[in-house]
Every structure is written in structure tokens, then in C-alpha cells.
Design a protein. Structure first.
Length: 493
């Protein structure tokens, strides 16, 4: 604890010096949006990583829907209203198309070339179009749904087996493994990993490690000259966990390359085949380098893992705490799906109340707290304020999804609000609700994510009756947000 305190004091001293130097060097103050002073900013920098989003939301109540936060040498502009977000996301897409790359992702893993961090120009356009046409198009998703049903059957069998042996079921582990297996089959026809196996536990540990250290507040992001010291060990840990994932993916890619080089007849026809065909020298078009191919597969394997798991887990928590809502979901499922039939993706349109439960879960327990920060590639103007080049811009979606200006009783779980507001969809047309982002940077994997969330949640509720562990009751399940790449429920004893 003493060491941690010394490190914090060092950060404080460096921050103070940087703040003073930057202001002394300024000959003319830029007309930036209002924002907190030095000590309030330091509070954000050292606030608990579990409530930084709440601290920023409180500051938005003080300084308004557009505010400036200065950390070290970085100017961050935080947008906290749909009106401001519209100007940011929909109108200034070119000047705001840059991306802020976390310092922990630079260096040895070269992850800065992955889809989320590329600017909205080539090769980002090339990779995004390819992903949309070859993996996330409606036609392609429909072709691959049989594979997702196979994984879903394995999930059901796992739960049934646990019930027979009187064992508890971890929703988080179950959903994580199901999502991972579904994506693996769709991407590279991978064999399913047993949901309760050591191998799946190790994969979850790897994904959790990536999420933990890439989202942990890093002083190097705001004081780049400290990156070489890696004072918090974030860079070292990120490399360890990414290398674990790379070892797994390298094995898959190398095996497929050898099959192609040997002229073996391949029946996969999956996304990996498509990528290899378009990056190897004997392919028709070398659209990608092998490095870019690996990053695409990595991002599609990692992307959505925690957001999908978190959404289903939060939905189950809310349903267990609201028995009347659980009953309505079960009744709707029973009316639309015959006894003995399995939940299919075609049932989505027939289950509006379940869709409302999913939307309400995403609203109240927002997946993307602060949409991946953009970076201004040129000086631009938002609402009369001049935003300097290389500023970071963040949309506070967590705040907007709980703002009483746009939602009645915003802290209450009420799926009915999305029945009455049926025009609010997942694609961010109503910017007070944009679980997958909005505009040009709308999450490319959204169509698959929605299908997986729907299939898993509908099956869990339709096939089984759930209750909390022995000794606890739903009324005692007081939950709070646990910050990370997304917000997980954390049980308060």
C-alpha cells in the first residue's frame, strides 16, 4: 500500500508540473468548452477504476453536455447529450475520424492496426467492408446459424448435466463459453471447447486479462514520456495475455495454411478460408498482409466477448429480481414456441417483449460506457467551440442512457418503455440509446451480437427455471456496476 501511495504521489507531482508548464507556454488560450480545474481533474485520474464513469457523469451535471477534461498533455472533450452527440457523430465524421490508441496496445503486439483503432480511411474501409460482406451480412449469418444452434445445444446439455448432479451454474462462464464457441465455429469452423473444461477456464482468464489491462487507467496514456517505464505494469501484462491468445490463433491459422499449401480439398468455406485466399501470394487478391489477417481474427475473437456476456448476465439478474417481468417473458416464449421446439433466430420478430427486455438491459447497464475515443485529425468546431487537433473526443453513453431528460424513471428496469417507444432500435438512430455506437463507426459485429444475445437469453429462460444460490433471495441481490471493458454486476453481500 505504501508503494502504491508513492506512485500516486509521483503521478500527482508529474501532473502538476505538466499542467503548469503547458499553461505557461500558452500565448493565447483556446476557446475550449468549460471543464473542471486541476484538482478535480486529478480526482478523475486517481478515482477508483470501478467508478470513473460515475465521476465523469457527475462532472457533466456541473459543466454541461460538452466539457473539457485535461489530463497531462491530453485534451479530452466529453459529450453528454444526444444533441451534441449528433453533431459529433453524424456531421463531423471526416475531421473526427481519427482514433486514440491506448499506449498499452502499442509496441510488441502491434495491435494499433486492428479495426477499432484505425481511422475511417484505408485500410479501415477495406477491412470493414470485407467483414460486413463475409461474416456479418444477413445472408452469411443465415447460412451459419446451424453452427450456432449446435453450440446452443451443447449449452443446454451442460445445464441439464449440472442439474442432474445438483451443481450450481455460473451464468457468466456459461455465456462466455457459448459466445466463444459460436464465434469460433463461424470464423474458422473450430471445434467446440467444453463449457466447463480447464481449457475454457484458461480462455476466459486470457480474455479477462486482456479486458482488465487494456481498460485499466494508464498514466502512460496522458504522460507518454512515462511509457518507457511502464510504471503500472500494464504494458507487460497486456503482452502476456495477448500472446496467450496469439498462441491459440497461430495454431489455427498455421494448420489451415498447411492444408492449403498441401493442396488438400477444403470444405470449410469459412471466414478464415476467405481471409487466407485474399492474403496469401497464391490468392486472387492480396487484400491483407498476414499481420492484418491475424489482427482481424484476433479482434473478431475478442470483440463482443465481454459485452455479450455482461448483457445476458445483467438480463438474468434483472429477471430474477423482477418476477413479474420474468413471468411475462416466459409466457411470450410459451405462446410463440411450441412444446419440444427449440428457440430459433427466426423467432426474434415474434418476441417483442423479450426484445424490449434486451434493450432495457442495454440501456440501464450500458455496454460501452464511453464510446472508443475519437481523435481530431484537424482543428474543428463543435457547438461554437474550437476543438484543437489531436484532442480526444468521448461520447458518454452511460450518462445519456440514464438521463431523466430522455427517460422516465431512468434507474428503474422497465422493458415496457421500449414497447411504447418501438421506434428506438439498436443502431443508434436515437442517440440517447446507442449500445453499439452510431454513425460510421457503428459496431460491425452488431448483427451477430444481437443474434447471440437473443438465442442465449431466450433459451435460458424458456428451457429452465432459475433461482439464486441457496441462502440468498432476489431482494438481497443488491447489485452495483463493476467497471471494466463493460459493466458487470457485482454482488454486494
Amino acid at each position: 500500500m505504501r508503494f502504491i501511495s508513492i506512485i500516486h504521489l509521483l503521478y500527482l507531482f508529474i501532473a502538476a508540473c505538466t499542467y503548469v508548464i503547458i499553461n505557461l507556454m500558452k500565448k493565447k488560450k483556446r476557446p475550449l468548452p468549460p471543464g473542471p480545474g486541476f484538482f478535480s481533474t486529478i480526482r478523475i485520474l486517481f478515482s477508483s477504476s470501478q467508478n470513473a464513469h460515475a465521476v465523469i457523469a457527475k462532472l457533466a451535471n456541473i459543466y454541461g453536455p460538452i466539457m473539457t477534461i485535461k489530463l497531462g498533455g491530453i485534451t479530452s472533450i466529453v459529450i453528454s447529450s444526444p444533441e451534441m452527440a449528433k453533431d459529433f457523430i453524424q456531421q463531423n465524421t471526416q475531421s473526427l475520424s481519427g482514433k486514440f490508441i491506448l499506449s498499452s496496445l502499442n509496441g510488441k503486439i502491434n495491435y494499433q492496426d486492428a479495426i477499432p483503432w484505425l481511422s475511417a480511411i484505408d485500410p479501415w474501409i477495406k477491412v470493414r467492408k470485407m467483414c460486413k460482406s463475409e461474416i456479418f451480412s444477413t445472408k452469411r449469418l443465415d447460412e451459419l446459424q446451424v453452427q450456432r444452434y449446435q453450440v446452443l445445444d451443447e449449452m443446454v446439455k451442460t445445464i441439464v448435466d449440472a442439474c442432474k448432479h445438483g451443481e450450481l451454474v455460473s451464468i457468466k462462464m456459461l455465456v462466455f463459453g457459448t459466445k466463444f464457441n459460436m464465434v469460433s465455429k463461424n470464423l474458422f469452423s473450430g471445434d467446440s471447447i467444453s463449457l466447463r473444461s480447464k481449457a475454457m477456464e484458461e480462455m476466459k482468464e486470457t480474455m479477462d486479462g486482456i479486458a482488465k489491462f487494456t481498460t485499466k487507467p494508464n498514466v502512460g496514456d496522458y504522460f507518454p514520456f512515462l511509457n518507457v517505464f511502464d510504471l503500472q505494469g500494464i504494458g507487460r501484462n497486456v503482452i502476456v495475455y495477448y500472446n496467450r491468445l496469439y498462441d491459440f490463433l497461430d495454431g489455427v491459422i498455421d494448420q489451415r495454411k498447411k492444408q492449403r499449401e498441401a493442396g488438400l480439398s477444403l470444405k470449410n468455406g469459412d471466414f478464415l478460408d476467405f481471409l487466407l485466399h485474399n492474403c496469401l501470394p497464391n490468392g486472387n487478391n492480396e487484400l491483407l498482409s498476414l499481420h492484418e489477417l491475424k489482427l482481424v481474427i484476433t479482434e473478431l475473437s475478442v470483440g463482443g466477448t465481454h459485452t455479450i456476456t455482461s448483457t445476458v448476465e445483467w438480463a438474468m439478474v434483472e429477471l430474477l429480481q423482477n418476477s413479474n417481468i420474468m413471468a411475462k417473458v416466459k409466457q411470450e416464449l410459451a405462446e410463440k414456441i411450441k412444446v419440444g421446439e427449440e428457440v430459433k433466430e427466426q423467432n426474434m420478430a415474434q418476441l417483442p417483449y423479450l426484445a424490449a427486455v434486451i434493450k432495457e438491459t442495454m440501456r440501464l447497464h450500458t455496454m460501452a460506457l464511453l464510446l472508443l475515443p475519437h481523435r481530431t485529425e484537424a482543428e474543428t468546431e463543435i457547438n461554437g467551440y474550437k476543438i484543437p487537433k489531436n484532442s480526444h473526443l468521448l461520447v458518454n453513453s452511460w450518462y445519456m442512457s440514464r438521463d431523466e431528460k430522455y427517460w422516465d424513471e431512468p434507474l428503474k428496469f422497465m422493458p415496457e418503455r421500449f414497447i411504447m417507444k418501438s421506434n428506438i432500435d439498436f443502431i443508434g438512430n436515437q442517440l440517447c440509446f446507442m449500445p453499439f455506437g452510431a454513425g460510421k463507426r457503428l459496431c460491425a459485429g452488431m448483427p451477430l451480437a444481437i443474434r447471440i444475445i437473443f438465442l442465449v437469453l431466450a433459451t435460458l429462460v424458456h428451457k429452465f427455471d432459475w433461482e439464486v444460490p441457496e441462502g440468498k433471495t432476489p431482494k438481497k441481490m443488491i447489485m452495483e456496476d463493476k467497471y471494466g471493458v463493460t459493466l458487470y454486476p457485482k454482488l454486494i453481500e
